[in-house]
Design a protein around this ligand. Structure first.
Ligand code: SF4
Ligand code: SF4
Length: 462
């Protein structure tokens, strides 16, 4: 840690949390029971109000960033549930990320999991080819003798965070199976795909009703390749021209959340340039990425191009609800009884509900599906505990949130739970598997896609 400031602030430079933001909190305490760490620990420094007080103390130089203070700030999931309930409009996420950026410059926290996360953030995620190379390696560890060994004796030699990481990873497809272009064979009649040096464009059968650009996210493309392709197929069914620019890159959400502000800015600038064409909307199908994309204007200090980009960002559910899908041709039903409806509950990912304020569009799409009985999940917008790499760095707190989420899911006995964020999917699917639960936890696009099935011969391409 650097020397204490001479009577001044522990924050410095234009990237520090602003005094105006820090002073927004009026100490009312309405956020306390919305906060997962406060609900679990009942400690004021692990509440939003307490953490804001700690940030103010750092800003004023009244307290130092010692191990205890940093632990309280690190324990925050950055779920932003506090923002949804705060009557004063505290921009908590902005303050926390700016504070983490300041702390990143002042203290060193060298643990193996942090070192590996840092390597992945700076050397892998910004490079699509390396993301796929990492997925190839992970796939090797899922198959054959090596896979069997890692699931047995070998796995027991790994540290807990590595075991959890492996246990959360879904069965990965070979590289060709992850390609977005595979969706071409499953497009509706008359629709087509055009590929050139700038990217891939999907044209609907008739005159397009709009032109949108899809932000291809690292995890969705590599780990949820089928869902990733369903985004394109469903938007084409809605009559949209969909462009996937090749120059797009990682959104930088995990970099920003962990205080790596300059890396997050560099990625934001690359994305703003990549999406400089004329589009009605820039579409994200990952709640965490969509939230980061919407905040590029802030992150880049009010840059006009970044602000214009962010203003166009929408979640895929908003775009599908806005343009509308035709009536679904397939009636969904319970996996146990064809004559019974499919019981669908929805988990609201934090960065969709709290950060992007998107709650209604996915519900509207689900309620419109024939054969679906929509169930409201109790506390559907409570964090599941995934929170980027938090579930690896803070497994105890992450699993406490996960247990609460799975208990609530069991209380409404759904067939399917929607969780439209890759981090939530990985964490909740692992938790459900370990409980022996049979509930399917999937992205909204997966259930929508089942109601609009491709021709049987093309089904393997989705
Ligand atoms: S609800 Fe808002 S104003 Fe009230 S204590 Fe929490 S952060 Fe501060
Ligand atoms: S972001 Fe979430 S965990 Fe952090 S203080 Fe707010 S409610 Fe609590």
């Amino acid at each position: 840690m650097n020397a204490a400031p001479a009577g001044g602030s522990w924050f410095e430079g234009a990237d520090a949390p602003t005094r105006r933001d820090l002073d927004t909190c009026i100490h009312c305490g309405l956020c306390l029971m919305a906060c997962p760490t406060y609900r679990t620990l009942k400690l004021e420094p692990d509440s939003p109000r307490g953490r804001i007080w700690l940030m103010r103390g750092l800003a004023d130089g009244r307290i130092a960033p010692d191990v205890t203070l940093v632990a309280h700030l690190d324990r925050c999931l950055d779920c932003r549930a506090c923002e949804s309930v705060c009557p004063a409009g505290v921009p908590y996420g902005r303050m926390l990320e700016a504070t983490r950026g300041q702390l990143e410059q002042r203290i060193r926290r060298a643990t193996p999991v942090r070192a590996l996360a840092g390597l992945v953030l700076s050397a892998v995620l910004p490079h699509r080819e390396r993301v796929h190379a990492a997925a190839d390696l992970l796939r090797l560890g899922q198959r054959g003798v090596l896979g069997a060994w890692l699931r047995g004796a070998g796995g027991r030699l790994l540290p807990l965070w590595a075991r959890r990481g492996l246990a959360s990873t879904p069965a990965l497809l070979p590289r060709a199976g992850r390609s977005l272009a595979r969706v071409e064979a499953a497009l509706p009649p008359g629709a087509r795909m055009v590929e050139d040096a700038d990217g891939v464009t999907f044209m609907p059968a008739g005159e397009p009703r709009g032109r949108v650009a899809l932000h291809e996210t690292c995890l969705m493309e590599a780990m949820f390749s089928h869902t990733h392709r369903e985004a394109v197929r469903l938007m084409v069914i809605a009559g949209l021209e969909v462009v996937a620019p090749r120059a797009a890159t990682c959104c930088g959400a995990l970099h920003a959340h962990s205080g790596r502000r300059e890396e997050a800015r560099a990625l934001a600038r690359r994305n703003v340039r990549a999406f400089s064409g004329t589009f009605d909307f820039v579409v994200s199908h990952s709640a965490g990425c969509g939230s980061a994309l919407r905040e590029f204007g802030d992150l880049l200090g009010g840059d006009a191009d970044a602000g214009a980009f962010s203003a166009k960002v929408r979640d895929v559910s908003e775009v599908l609800a806005h343009f509308g899908l035709p009536p679904a041709p397939h009636v969904l039903s319970s996996p146990r009884d064809d004559a019974a409806p499919l019981r669908v509950a929805m988990h609201d990912p934090c960065h969709l509900a709290h950060a992007q304020r998107v709650r209604e569009a996915p519900r509207r799409l689900l309620r419109a599906l024939p054969g679906v009985e929509f169930l409201e999940l109790p506390d559907s917008d409570w964090c599941c505990g995934s929170a980027g790499v938090y579930n690896l760095t803070h497994p105890g707190m992450a699993d406490a949130q996960l247990a609460g989420k799975l208990d609530r899911i069991e209380s409404v006995t759904p067939d399917v739970v929607i969780a439209s964020n890759p981090g939530c999917l990985l964490h909740m699917q692992r938790g459900a598997r370990e409980r022996g639960s049979e509930v399917r936890i999937v992205h909204l696009l997966d259930v929508l896609g089942e109601a609009y099935p491709p021709p049987p011969a093309a089904a393997s391409h989705t």
